[in-house]
Design a protein around this ligand. Structure first.
Ligand SMILES: Cc1cc2nc3c(=O)[nH]c(=O)nc-3n(C[C@H](O)[C@H](O)[C@H](O)COP(=O)(O)OP(=O)(O)OC[C@H]3O[C@@H](n4cnc5c(N)ncnc54)[C@H](O)[C@@H]3O)c2cc1C
Length: 384
């Protein structure tokens, strides 16, 4: 067992880190104030082959999700928003199109995404179907050469900016009738609600499908969707965990520097045992999280990540990052709580990842299913 990155991965990490320092460091925290989407980062990353890395050739780079996460971690540590772009270009709904799309669909949708020109978002959550994702009500029906959608989605990340959406729908009443359809902005019958913001500043909006009509060729899958899509969704979860790790590492690095430089009672903070123990715990949590995450990623090099390794990694990285960012704020005192420092932004950004992509409670439920090798229904018992 080797706990070091291989030579190629190390070089990739170094390249990504240098690129991020050179291109993204200056504006790293301005997007948090302007609410803009970092379109420039899309172009820069695409220019260096860091969008569509995990997409099969010829559209993408044909690389592993391990490599994409090495890049994402390095980039997100310098610029959280550009880290989100690496996620969008490698780990989210782009993987659904790459895994399930026909040659024609891949050729139609992937080049704009891999080239850093188009933004994609996933539309799964609905007002009445969050954790209970299989309760979704948005329907799709074939009508000649079209698929017609009716329903509403919410909380899709970056929806106001997005050019296309992978929309989870049902083609019939049963869970096994669920599937996914690509809907492009501008499709007839598809409208976006007013722009709203998460705590992190990231934009989202309601998506309304009122007889929305897309070509039949936009249907990625029309049955057995959840069984097929959830393993692909595990890739997205590892991207979520990677950004938690990266932002927590950034908060920790700032804390080590601050506690060396800041003096109280005539000594640097790092000479107080109370401070040392907090920083020691932060470091141990980071190391433990990195091991869990890298194991899941390394074992997924040849295919999709396993459910248990993904669930454990996301759950631990989510909670670790919240604790580390919280302690980082504490150890910066008033400076940590000031909006002039990036720490409060890092904390707000990290906070959302314990909700997005499966809440930490739902992940614990999933762990129990996997441990006991049975599905514990969350639904009320049926009357005898
Ligand atoms: C930053 C961010 C980005 C997001 N991006 C997207 C996106 O791009 N696309 C998209 O489709 N959605 C997105 N979401 C939505 C997200 O997937 C949902 O918010 C999430 O699945 C939870 O659903 P909900 O908000 O309806 O909460 P609910 O399901 O109502 O849950 C509320 C609380 O109850 C708990 N709970 C629910 N059921 C159980 C149970 N059985 N056992 C124990 N606890 C339970 C939950 O853990 C949670 O704490 C995003 C959310 C956030 C915060």
């Amino acid at each position: 067992m080797d706990f070091q990155l291989g030579e190629e991965d190390r070089l990739l990490q170094q390249t990504a880190r240098e690129l991020a320092q050179r291109e993204f460091a200056r504006d790293a925290y301005t997007y948090a104030q302007t609410g803009e989407y970092p379109r420039r980062s899309m172009k820069v990353l695409a220019g260096h082959g860091m969008m569509g890395m995990t997409v099969r050739e010829p559209q993408g780079g044909g690389r592993s999700i391990f490599e994409a996460c090495v890049v994402m971690e390095a980039v997100a540590q310098v610029c959280p928003h550009s880290g989100d772009v690496v996620q969008m270009g490698n780990m989210g709904p782009i993987r659904v199109i790459d895994e399930l799309g026909t040659e024609e669909q891949r050729a139609r949708f992937l080049p704009g995404l891999c080239g850093g020109e188009k933004i994609i978002s996933i539309a799964m959550t609905e007002p009445g179907a969050g954790s209970a994702a299989t309760d979704l009500k948005t329907t799709a029906k074939y009508d000649g050469g079209s698929a017609v959608l009716n329903g509403q989605k919410c909380f899709s990340s970056n929806a106001p900016h997005a050019d296309l959406f992978v929309v989870f729908v049902r083609f019939g009443p049963r869970t096994r009738d669920c599937g996914a359809v690509v809907v492009e902005t501008g499709a007839p019958g598809f409208t976006k609600g007013k722009t709203e913001r998460f705590m992190s500043g990231e934009a989202h909006c309601a998506l309304h499908f009122e007889g929305a009509r897309v070509p039949r060729e936009n249907v990625l899958i029309d049955s057995d969707g959840f069984r097929v899509l959830m393993p692909i969704f595990n890739v997205e979860r590892l991207g979520n965990a990677t950004r938690c790790l990266a932002l927590a590492q950034a908060a920790y690095d700032m804390t080590v520097e601050h506690t060396k430089a800041r003096r109280q009672f005539g000594r640097p903070l790092c000479e107080f045992q109370g401070v040392q123990w907090m920083v020691a715990d932060m470091r141990v949590k980071l190391e433990a999280a990195r091991l869990l995450l890298y194991r899941a990623l390394a074992n997924a090099r040849a295919g999709l990540p396993t459910a248990i390794e993904t669930t454990a990694a996301k759950l631990y990285c989510n909670e670790m990052a919240r604790q580390v960012a919280d302690d980082a704020i504490q150890l910066h005192g008033g400076y940590g709580y000031s909006t002039e420092m990036p720490l409060e932004f890092l904390y707000r950004k990290i906070r959302g990842w314990s909700i997005a992509g499966g809440t930490v409670q739902v992940l614990r439920n999933r762990m129990a299913d996997l441990i006991y090798e049975r599905s514990f229904s969350q639904r009320p018992p049926r009357p005898e």
